[in-house]
Design a protein around this ligand. Structure first.
Ligand code: BDR
Ligand code: CA
Length: 328
């Protein structure tokens, strides 16, 4: 079994990734760290605890960074997560605000609490003292791991692989050049991408090729199980939001981004067209701030550092996720 730690900003798609990880026989989820992202830290931690309640398992949750490393210090960037446009809502063509990432995930109340130890110290201590290498799955802004790397870079000797959902090759969402997780802490992402351990990037270009449909939601509902119902609700909510702005060929479908990164660890074939490239994050504060710059040149002048998934196998991904969620 591969030991993993998930770093999340739960988040509806993070929630599905966590539920899947718990059911996998290939993965041993030893801890979950939370970060501000989809919502401010209190909510992402609370949502994570509520997902564990739904799953009926006890896995330690460590609350982490509530602010990005640097970008919030810049004038005209953004304030705290609570007030950020693009976190809880998307704006439709007519200016109407559309629910996008729901604050109120349909989850049971949690009876658990986050651990006392801060997520960053948990990462440092756990990695440094682990006899086995640990894989890190990141599905939010990368602030926690970047901080851990700056505290003690020897943790890299204990990381087997970093898999993250984030960034874009040609597709972006927060700005014309940047994906949400990277945009919300570009400096942290650049620290992580240059840390020297094997990295797999699951960008929007891949997640958008593996959408779940209303038909999938209907199938999940038919099972009449709480976790499957929860998954179905997430799909339906996301489809409702996405339908307002996506092209006709994607109508009635929506991505569950973070789950694809997790699924790759169980069945690598869910990702397609994976290419090793040099990837750096633009941290210059201009129009391309937060862009993942993927060097496609035959002879890049910096060492290739990231396996970038440019595609995904929708059939394999949806089948795997259904199989895992059906185990609840
Ligand atoms: C990413 O942004 C977050 O809102 C989602 O949870 C996902 O991790 C998609 O850009
Ligand atoms: Ca996320």
């Amino acid at each position: 079994m591969r030991k993993i730690i998930m770093d999340v900003d739960t988040g509806s798609d993070d929630a599905i990734a966590i539920l899947a990880a718990i059911q996998s026989d290939e993965l041993d989820l030893i801890g979950i760290t939370t970060v501000a992202g989809n919502k401010r830290l209190e909510y992402t931690t609370e949502n994570t605890l509520r997902v564990l309640e739904l799953a009926g398992v006890k896995i330690p949750v460590y609350s982490g960074c509530r602010e990005p490393l640097v970008c919030n210090l810049l004038p005209n960037r953004h304030g705290d997560y609570d007030g950020m446009t693009g976190v809880g809502e998307e704006v439709g063509e007519d200016g109407e605000k559309l629910e996008y990432h729901t604050d109120e995930l349909p989850l049971p109340p949690s009876h658990g609490r986050a651990e006392e130890e801060h997520a960053v110290f948990y990462l440092v201590n756990t990695l440094l003292h682990s006899d086995e290498p640990i894989t890190l799955v990141l599905s939010g802004p990368m602030t926690n791991l970047a901080m851990a790397l700056r505290i003690d870079a020897r943790i890299t000797e204990h990381i087997e692989e970093i898999v993250f959902m984030g960034g874009g090759f040609k597709e972006f969402n927060s700005t014309a050049a940047s994906e949400f997780n990277i945009w919300n802490d570009p400096e942290a992402a650049q620290i992580v991408l240059t840390c020297g351990v094997p990295i797999t990037m699951v960008p929007l270009d891949a997640t958008h090729k593996a959408n779940f449909t209303l038909e999938d939601a209907g199938e999940l509902r038919g099972w009449k199980k709480p976790a499957a119902d929860f998954f179905a609700t997430i799909i339906e909510k996301r489809v409702a939001a996405y339908n307002a702005f996506q092209p006709q060929e994607l109508a009635d479908s929506a991505p569950i981004h973070d789950a694809l990164a997790l699924a790759y660890l169980i069945e690598p074939e869910v990702l397609e067209n994976v290419r090793l490239m040099r990837v750096d994050v633009d941290i210059s504060g201009g129009f391309a701030d937060g862009q993942t710059i993927c060097d496609t040149r035959t002879f890049p002048d910096r060492t290739p550092n990231v396996h970038v998934a440019l595609g995904a196998n929708r059939g394999k991904f949806t089948a795997l996720m259904k199989q895992l969620i059906n185990q609840y």
